[in-house]
Design a binder for this molecule. Structure first.
Ligand SMILES: [Ca+2]
Ligand SMILES: [Ca+2]
Ligand SMILES: [Ca+2]
Ligand SMILES: [Ca+2]
Length: 340
């Protein structure tokens, strides 16, 4: 499987100014629109799309012999005027959840996602995990009459790896709602095929997409709403800073966001900081990592917890644990305590 080279899916920095050329050809800086004020506009565009479009639900219900199980959208018009709008599936296949803006506190989005198949695997990705998926990304055009209403900007039919902390937030927020595939089979030609993967789509308001930080060369205009369709194959636990503590456990305030936990206030959130308390000792040296081989119920110490349970290539059951340490007994774990 190839590594994602899909820069277009990844977020960059949060810009607050746009550079534009004015009539005299000089560069002018224009403040980005207020994020809160942009929310209703985004929601209206997305709801209008959901109202006026359907997906190939009939093919999913009665799959043709060579069906690729890809979600395809089309306009409700002409021959298709009797199709069921996606919006009419609300509460069933179409669901939504309220999702916070990652920049402005208090700003919230209604994030719609279409669940065509939950996925037959037992696990769902956690928000800072590493997933493998195929996908298609389009942006909605509401403003430029010379361009189509929907524009494909990125896709992959071969599975690619996505670090959910590195992709647009709306994509991250949707992936956690699906399960991985029941299994992945390898074909004789080396290609892989998921059995019963999570199949879905997400309708992303611009503030959970690129907003004004659109990837260069992608052709995506600022403030564009995005739609991704995807097949979720598999997922593995993320430890982005490789400090031994899985990123899901570095969400200290447990609000489901990885960006806002920064113990040492150095600007690097804990999931991306290999020295969380900035005391010069790496976090990995201030915790105790253990492996239990073929021990189904190892007796854990008081501050020890299981981070992964896996079967290795030799068929051994490997339980990996982390123990937090408080050497000076001041109630602060050593890796978060800059005094020790
Ligand atoms: Ca958090
Ligand atoms: Ca930090
Ligand atoms: Ca860390
Ligand atoms: Ca420390």
């Amino acid at each position: 499987m190839k590594k994602a080279k899909l820069l277009a899916l990844f977020t960059i920095t949060f810009l607050t100014f746009l550079s534009c050329r004015n009539d005299d050809g000089n560069i002018e800086f224009v403040p980005a629109r207020d994020r809160g004020e942009e929310v209703p506009a985004s929601t209206a565009i997305i709801e209008d799309y959901l109202q006026t479009h359907f997906y190939n639900y009939e093919e999913f219900a009665n799959p043709p012999a060579d069906f690729d199980y890809k979600i395809r959208f089309d306009t409700i018009a002409g021959d298709n005027s009797d199709k069921t709008p996606i919006m009419d599936m609300l509460g069933d296949q179409l669901q939504f959840k309220m999702v916070p803006d990652r920049v402005d506190e208090g700003v919230e989005y209604k994030l719609y996602y279409l669940k065509v198949a939950q996925g037959g695997g037992e696990t769902s990705p956690e928000f800072p995990d590493i997933t493998i998926a195929t996908f298609e990304g389009i942006w909605l055009n509401e403003e430029n009459a010379t361009q189509a209403y929907t524009n494909l900007f990125d896709s992959s039919v071969v599975p690619v790896t996505f670090d959910l902390t590195g992709v647009v937030n709306g994509f991250q927020d949707a992936m956690v709602e699906f399960n991985v595939a029941e299994s992945i089979v390898e074909n004789p030609d080396g290609t892989v095929e998921p059995i019963n993967p999570g199949i879905g789509a997400v309708f992303i308001p611009s503030g959970l997409g690129y907003y004004v930080s659109t990837p260069q060369g992608s052709g995506i205009p600022v403030y564009a709403q995005l739609i991704f369709t995807f097949h979720l194959y598999s997922s593995s636990q993320g430890d982005q800073d490789n400090d031994g503590i899985p990123s899901i456990f570095e969400d200290l305030n447990m609000n489901g966001l990885e960006e806002d936990d920064d113990t040492d206030s150095d600007g690097l959130p804990n999931f991306f900081d290999a020295d969380d308390d900035n005391d010069g000792r790496p976090t990995s040296g201030e915790i105790e990592v253990r492996e239990y081989i073929n021990e189904e119920n190892p007796t854990l110490l008081p501050n020890e917890f299981i981070v992964t349970t896996e079967t290795n290539d030799d068929g051994d059951l490997v339980i990996t644990t982390v123990e937090y340490i408080d050497a000076n007994n001041n109630g602060i774990w050593d890796h978060l305590d800059d005094e020790i």
